[in-house]
Design a binder for this molecule. Structure first.
Ligand code: AMP
Ligand code: MN
Ligand code: MN
Length: 345
């Protein structure tokens, strides 16, 4: 077992040091960015210097978050990252997920890993992993509670609410616990408007983005039993519609909304000639374990992997593995997945 630290040890290291570099995973999402900014605000209130640096650019849908112009990415030609005492990695199950910022993080002596993935590899000098948390946002809230809850303000609440909202699929996934709702409630009492946050995240589609969704749905497939759905997005579809890669986010969730479908997969060609696969499950099928077969990971109901090769071959290979796996499980109690993960599949 690799070292797991308690929250006190993490806070001590934060209090003892002065200069922090914060990062999250490639294909930055709401949990990563919301948690980064909330931590940045807290460190500022503690009179610490901190910089947020990610491999990828901030997705447009998060440009409403306070101080989002303080979120740098590698192409920003950014030089203010000397003399870093502590690196903080958020929402990454393994260190490779931070992408090219690893070149900077590998030289930082103390790295704190804060995450909620079951498959976390405890790669930090300090590791705080809580798999019962819906999101890293929920963990950062608990961290603030331990430091001093009076530090919580409207800006921090907006960032944490965004992290929780997006990682729970707007409170629809099984990771939404009573703790999650309690924290969300406390955050809304800080003055934030949850409907405005939801509008910013979900109701600002672009015309090319919606056209891409249309094209993707034209090649939506289901298996004979209607329990699995899948679709693909090629570079040509992105070029034809002029949609951005970040606008693919959310398309897999549409495929998952199909009645009776328990598992969905989205295959897409990335800019760097790889095939990125996203998996979603509404029921008891553990897509984290399944993605693990292809060196990927994630959560039981949402996971992904990256493969090298041709889209069609990878799709065929992964789908035949998937059909083989579910053949052994059978579909008992399939109608009950709305009630409890354990009753499903
Ligand atoms: P995505 O399909 O990219 O939205 O990812 C769904 C979940 O799986 C998120 O929790 C990701 O952090 C995780 N995930 C996606 N791709 C990978 C990967 N290649 N390795 C490990 N975890 C991944
Ligand atoms: Mn994430
Ligand atoms: Mn997360």
């Amino acid at each position: 077992m690799k070292m797991m630290n308690n929250i006190d040890e993490i806070i001590k290291v934060i209090q003892k040091n002065n200069s922090f570099l914060i990062t999250s995973h490639i294909n930055l999402d709401g949990d990563g960015i919301g948690s980064e900014l909330a931590l940045y605000f807290i460190l500022k209130k503690l009179n610490k210097k901190s910089v947020i640096l990610n491999q990828d650019k901030l997705p447009r849908i998060y440009n409403f978050l306070p101080d989002n112009n303080k979120v740098y990415h590698l192409e920003n030609n950014f030089s203010d990252i000397k003399n870093i005492d502590v690196g903080i990695v958020l929402d990454c199950s393994n260190i490779k997920r931070i992408g090219k910022t690893y070149e900077i993080f590998k030289d930082i002596r103390t790295v704190i890993n804060i995450d909620h993935h079951e498959s976390n590899e405890k790669y930090g000098s300090l590791n705080y992993v809580d798999c019962s948390a819906s999101s890293v946002g929920e963990i950062i809230y608990n961290l603030i509670k331990f430091i001093n809850i009076d530090l919580l303000d409207e800006d921090i609440a907006a960032c944490l609410f965004t992290a929780i909202l997006t990682d729970t699929g707007s409170f629809r996934y099984s990771n939404s616990s009573s703790k999650t709702f309690e924290i969300a409630s406390r955050l809304t009492s800080c003055g934030i408007k949850s409907n405005l946050i939801a509008n910013n995240v979900y109701n600002r589609n672009t015309f090319p983005g919606l056209k891409l969704l249309g094209k993707a749905l034209l090649n939506l497939n289901m298996n004979e039993s209607n329990h699995v759905s899948w679709l693909s997005i090629t570079r040509k579809m992105l070029d034809d519609t002029k949609a951005k890669d970040e606008e693919i986010e959310g398309i897999i969730d549409v495929a998952t909304t199909l009645n009776n479908v328990e598992i969905s997969a989205l295959f897409r060609e990335t800019k760097d000639n790889k095939i990125k696969v996203s998996f979603r499950s509404k029921g008891n099928f553990d897509v984290n374990k399944f993605a693990g077969k292809f060196n990927g990971g994630g959560h039981p109901n949402a996971a992904g992997c990256v493969c090298s090769g041709k889209l069609d071959e990878i799709k065929e290979n992964i789908l035949s593995e998937l059909f083989n796996d579910i053949k052994h499980i059978g579909y008992k109690n399939k109608d009950k997945y709305f009630n409890n993960r354990k009753d499903s599949l």
